[in-house]
Each structure stands twice: as structure tokens, then as C-alpha cells.
Ligand binder design. Structure first.
Ligand code: GLA
Length: 416
């Protein structure tokens, strides 16, 4: 979850159906040149400059399930963050933001506490790598990103993952992607101080071209789920509304789930998380929880089931069922879990009234940010036009529409 605004960027090519190749190929040389301008040692030794990348993510379904040991189906997307860097032997990390020229840094041997700035995500990752016994070294870097910030597409997890790749030799620290995701989650939980689950980092570490990732947050098992992209596309719509109260409300929902488990475990010691409650059990636990807590639990329990139903439907090529699951998920997040907003609801309503839209829902923590829509190929422009013409009139806000592609997870883009 993004705790605060991070203003970095390069040319977010929104509103146009985009292809996977552009971002990946286009800007490496520009990044190298910008780093050489900002950092003399990159100019002196261009052969040492490397570029690492981390994608944003969109969650197709499985919202507020990760911290309940449940299931989710996110995809890494081709809005991404990159760091061009030259390694250094002096234990110093210095980064300049490509967009604003702002600089920040820290010493790897004296990281110090979080400062409430974007550099915290880098420093926290360095701290967490150290805690995990993964060696780090300094670098001079330039950071640029096309991931909209504070929009629920996990730009903070992308900074963490790109940093993990930038801080280590060999790049990525020679550990598996799930281990790196957990290191980054720990940075966010323990250093930055946001109590988020593992979904964002896992999606951005494990992503695959053209596929979503089915994650089981109890066992940490995962597998790719191919998406029928010859038939449909993923469209992300940014409501442009700030994610009001998102951190406090997120923590409150987490606490409610934990309190419910504490009550339910007294009657049934097999219940260790809401993952252990099946839809069939809901009727029997109803009387043991207050009405609001019950609704929170009902969302989580049914959302887990919806994730598995969505995966089965995708594998059967049954997009109508996939669409129904997305819509049910949104209704449940709106009415039971109460993390939607009038803007998210308006965006989903506009999408669902557009011919060719298979399904749509809010994505991420909620309280603002983005929706995701699955759209039949050929209907993308119709959805974009509907959003651009109707949403401002309904909300007074300016939306942004992104056609995104599922891409591979964080890694090295260009070696030094
Ligand atoms: C945020 C958190 C994730 C997850 C989602 C809700 O994105 O960072 O861990 O809990 O909210 O599904």
C-alpha cells in the first residue's frame, strides 16, 4: 500500500491502448544519459551502468484476502519503475529523481529511522536485506517511473523491489523472487511502518508476460494463470481521487479480521485465520460476531472462493463467469467490507454500462485509487470514451485510463 505521495515519472502514456514492448525498449539509453549527466562516475565508466526495473501491479480479484491467509490473482503490469545505477564501493546510496531532479541518499552502515520521504522505501529495503543476511553495496542512481502514484498500483512496492535489485550483487541477491518479495514486505511493515500484506510485492516480484499470478498466502505457493488476451484486455481507470484515510481504515479492517479470528478460534481451534472459515460455515458463526464484523468476514470468505472460481473460469475460457466474479467482488467490497468510495462506484458503474465490458471492480486497498476492467478486444476505446465523457460530469474529477499488459516481475533490464 502506498503510504504517501511519491512524485517521480517519465511520460506516462495513458489513455492509449499500449503494447508491452514500448516501455521496455524505449528509455534505457535515455536513462543512461540522464544518469551520466547527474553522476560523473557514470559518465566516466558507462560500461558499469546497469538498469533495474520493477513493474506496478493490478489485482484482478482477491481483495483484502492476503492478510487473512487467503488467495489473490494479481498481475504485474507494464507501467513500471526503473533505476539506472553505477555501483560504488563507498557504502553510500545516492538517488536522483528523473522527473524533478530531487536528490536523497543514506549510508548503508548508518541507515537511521524513516524520514517520511520516498527514500524511506530504498533505505527500508537496504535495512531489510541486511536483516535477511543478503549483502548490500552502495550505488549512484537515477529513478524514473510510469506508475501513477497514490493510485493503488503499488508504486511503493516497485521502489522496494527495484531497490533490492539495485543494492545487491549479483543483482537480485541470488535469492528466489518470493524471498525477495518478503524482504520488501518487511521493509514496508517494519521500516516504513505500513502494515500491508504480501500481495503487492509478490505480484511485482513474480509477474509473468501475459499471465496473472494465483497466490496462496498461507502456503506461499503460487502459479501463473494464462489470460485469454487474444479475446480481452485489462483496462485500469484511475479515479483521480486521493485515497482518503486509506492507511487508518486499512489497519482497522485488518484489526477487525484478527479480532474475529480470536473469537472464532475459541469455538473451533482449527480456525487460525479467516482462510479456515468456509462459505458453509458462515451461517453458524453469524451469532458469534457483531453484525459489522460478520459482514467483514463474509467478504473475505466469499472473496477467497471467488478467486478460485475466477481461475477455474479463466481456464475454461468462460469469460462471462469471470465478469460476474469481478462484479460480485466489487459489490462485496462496497457493501460488506466497505472500502469502496463514490468515485470508485461511479467508475465501475460507467464501465458496466459500456457494451463489451466483461466485468469491473475497484482494485487494491480501496478508498480511492483505481478500478480494473476486463474488456473485449475492440471495446477499449468505447470504454475510454465513456469514462472520459461521463466520469468528470459525475464526480468533478479528471480520470485517467490505461490499457495495461501483464509483464514479468522485477529484474535486471540492462547489465553493466
Ligand atoms: C494493499 C495492500 C495489500 C492488500 C491490498 C488489499 O494493496 O498493500 O497487501 O492487502 O491492499 O487487497
Amino acid at each position: 500500500m502506498e503510504g504517501r505521495q511519491l512524485a517521480v515519472g517519465f511520460d506516462p502514456r495513458e489513455e492509449a491502448p499500449r503494447s508491452i514492448g514500448d516501455v521496455a525498449c524505449q528509455d534505457v539509453e535515455a536513462l543512461r544519459a540522464a544518469l551520466a549527466e547527474a553522476e560523473p562516475r557514470a559518465a566516466d565508466r558507462p560500461d558499469l551502468v546497469r538498469v533495474v526495473r520493477a513493474p506496478g501491479r493490478v489485482n484482478l480479484i482477491g481483495e483484502h484476502t492476503d492478510y487473512n491467509d487467503g488467495f489473490a490473482l494479481p498481475a504485474a503490469i507494464d507501467l513500471e519503475l526503473r533505476i539506472a545505477l553505477v555501483p560504488s564501493a563507498d557504502r553510500r546510496v545516492e538517488i536522483v529523481l528523473g522527473e524533478s531532479g530531487e536528490r536523497a541518499g543514506f549510508d548503508l552502515d548508518a541507515i537511521g529511522p524513516a524520514q517520511g520521504r520516498w527514500i524511506d522505501y530504498v533505505a527500508g529495503t537496504a535495512w531489510s536485506l541486511g536483516q535477511a543476511g543478503i549483502p548490500t553495496r552502495g550505488f549512484r542512481g537515477l529513478l524514473a517511473s510510469t506508475i501513477p502514484t497514490s493510485a493503488g498500483l503499488s508504486s511503493s512496492a516497485a521502489i522496494e523491489l527495484a531497490s533490492a535489485w539495485a543494492l545487491t550483487d549479483p543483482p537480485g541477491g541470488d535469492v528466489d523472487a518470493m524471498t525477495l518479495a518478503r524482504v520488501c514486505q518487511r521493509a514496508e511493515n517494519r521500516y516504513v511502518g505500513v502494515n500491508s500484506g504480501l500481495m503487492d510485492q509478490a505480484a511485482e516480484a513474480l509477474g509473468r508476460d501475459g499471465e496473472a499470478i494465483l497466490l496462496d498466502f498461507r502456503t506461499l505457493e503460487w502459479r501463473p494463470v494464462p489470460l485469454p488476451l487474444e479475446r480481452c484486455r485489462i483496462i485500469v481507470c484511475d479515479t483521480g481521487s486521493p485515497r482518503r484515510l486509506s492507511v487508518s481504515q486499512y489497519n482497522a479492517r485488518r484489526a477487525q479480521c484478527e479480532a474475529a479470528v480470536a473469537v472464532l478460534a475459541k469455538g473451533d481451534r482449527r480456525i487460525r485465520a479467516l482462510r479456515d472459515v468456509t462459505p458453509d460455515m458462515l451461517a453458524s458463526i453469524r451469532g458469534r460476531l457483531d453484525e459489522e464484523t460478520f459482514r467483514r468476514c463474509a467478504h473475505v470468505v466469499r472473496e477467497d472462493e471467488r478467486v478460485l472460481r475466477t481461475v477455474a473460469a479463466l481456464e475454461a475460457g468462460d469469460l462471462a463467469t469471470v465478469g460476474r466474479c469481478l462484479v460480485e467482488s466489487h459489490e462485496s467490497l462496497r457493501d460488506q467490507y466497505e472500502v469502496s468510495s463514490p468515485e470508485l462506484d461511479a467508475m465501475v458503474e460507467i464501465a458496466l454500462a459500456t457494451p463489451g465490458v466483461i466485468g469491473s471492480r475497484m482494485t487494491g486497498a480501496g478508498f480511492g485509487g483505481c478500478t480494473v476492467a476486463l474488456v473485449e478486444r475492440g471495446a477499449e476505446a468505447r470504454l475510454r470514451d465513456a469514462v472520459l465523457s461521463e466520469y468528470p460530469a459525475r464526480t468533478g474529477l479528471t480520470p485517467r485510463v490505461f490499457a495495461v499488459e501483464p509483464v514479468r516481475g522485477a529484474g535486471l533490464l540492462a547489465a553493466g
